[in-house]
Design a protein around this ligand. Structure first.
Ligand code: FAD
Length: 372
């Protein structure tokens, strides 16, 4: 018998949906809530590394997702300048195993919908427009309070509610989030034939100019700049801006014409030291760890959190300190490597240091190549 019979999962992002799918499939009664009015995600692309695909395959969604993105191996690093000379290539990075691609680009709303549909099919009861506002707990149960004035009693609450997690503050954890000092513009565009993998240009007028193919006809691009307080530009001006920011870049960039939607975000970082639970409330995903997406591992780590948590909850018989210690022993150092490497890349960029970027990627690949 699993360690829990009823679980509330707060947040229907990658971490929450994955947890709901795995627990509901094991016979646990799962309520999955999200404060959004309906299923959704930022209208941008996402880069899923092999270790993320491994979890997605376990969830039973890889078959659905595979035809709706672009799989590729390797990563190219180019120089700024008119020739966009190829400086380096990262290969041998099939972190999900030899039978999964190294990397897969897709559109976030596609991934969000596939995950939620799978959670529903697995038996999770999904309620959108439902925000967690607080929790009370004793040694045996948690009472969760919702914004509509209702409440529910569960064996466990999983806070997968992202960067500004209410679950986290509800259990009294004050986790400061720091601005890194970089802003990112993301956009979608038709994929020209010259774009067949992720390529990054470090330096030039921006910190990073990069792209990732997301389908036969699509890609997403990202441009990372010094903060200039222009995140609230109207959509047409934002599109004009990203086109002008991309203009000094060449090579495949010559063929890329940015289109809407254009999305703006700041790079931020936080990492919660163990333990990730307070009693019968546990945090996973961005609620515990956020870092700049310089090695594109945030969603991968969130999915891995869910996989490890669900495995422990369904193979053990009690929720106790041993379970929580085992959880963070399997998660913390791995996540910390990703956060440290992602931040190292930002420090080099902020200080104008030309560091060993392929070496950093190799460190992450080594850390995440074995199942979490
Ligand atoms: C610019 C940028 C680019 C990135 N690119 C990549 C990439 O290419 N590859 C990659 O692997 N990762 C990437 N990431 C990281 C990745 O997006 C996140 O790590 C991942 O989405 C986190 O998933 P999550 O489920 O933990 O949180 P989220 O996706 O944030 O989901 C949290 C959910 O909780 C809900 N919620 C919040 N509060 C409440 C509440 N009180 N009650 C109920 N529901 C609530 C929200 O509505 C939301 O749906 C990137 C991040 C950024 C910022």
């Amino acid at each position: 018998m699993p360690a829990v019979e009823s679980v509330l999962v707060v947040g229907a992002g990658a971490a929450g949906c994955a947890t709901a799918i795995l627990l509901a499939s094991a016979g646990v009664t799962v309520d999955l809530i999200d404060s959004r009015p309906t299923v959704g995600a930022v209208g941008s692309g996402i880069t899923l590394q092999g270790n993320a695909l491994r979890v997605l395959r376990t969830l039973g969604v890889w078959e659905d997702l595979q035809p709706r993105g672009y799989a590729f191996d390797g990563l190219g690093i180019r120089a700024p300048g008119p020739q966009a000379a190829l400086l380096g290539e990262v290969t041998d990075n099939r972190t999900g195993g030899p039978d999964l691609p190294a990397t897969f680009g897709t559109y976030r709303p596609v991934l969000a919908r596939i995950l939620v549909e799978r959670a529903a099919a697995a038996g999770a009861r999904i309620r959108y427009g439902t925000a967690l506002t607080g929790v009370d707990q004793d040694a045996t149960a948690v009472t969760a309070h919702f914004a509509d004035g209702t409440s529910g009693v569960y064996d466990l609450v999983v806070g997968a509610d992202g960067l500004h997690s209410t679950t986290r503050s509800a259990v009294g954890i004050d986790l400061p989030t720091t601005d890194v000092g970089m802003d990112i513009w993301r956009f979608v565009a038709p994929r020209p034939p010259s774009v067949t993998r992720t390529e990054l240009i470090f330096g030039g007028p921006l910190f990073i100019a990069g792209f990732c193919p997301t389908g036969d006809d699509s890609l997403y691009g990202f441009l990372v700049e010094r903060p200039q307080n222009r995140g609230d530009l109207p959509p047409a001006e934002a599109l004009e801006l990203v086109r002008s920011l991309a203009e000094p870049y060449h090579g495949p960039w010559d063929d890329i014409v940015a289109s809407s939607p254009v999305n703006f975000t700041r790079f931020q970082v936080h990492l919660l030291p163990p333990p990730w639970n307070r009693g019968r409330v546990v945090l996973i995903g961005d609620a515990t760890h956020v870092c700049p997406p310089t090695v594109a591992q945030g969603a991968a780590q969130s999915l891995e959190d869910a996989a490890v948590l669900a495995e422990l909850l369904t193979t053990r018989h009690t929720v106790d300190d041993d379970l929580w210690t085992a959880f963070t022993e399997r998660r913390y150092e791995r996540v910390k490597t990703v956060v440290d490497v992602s931040m190292q890349m930002c420090h080099w960029l902020l200080e104008g240091v030309r560091g060993d970027v392929p070496g950093l990627h190799a460190r992450v690949f080594q850390a995440v190549s074995h199942p979490a």
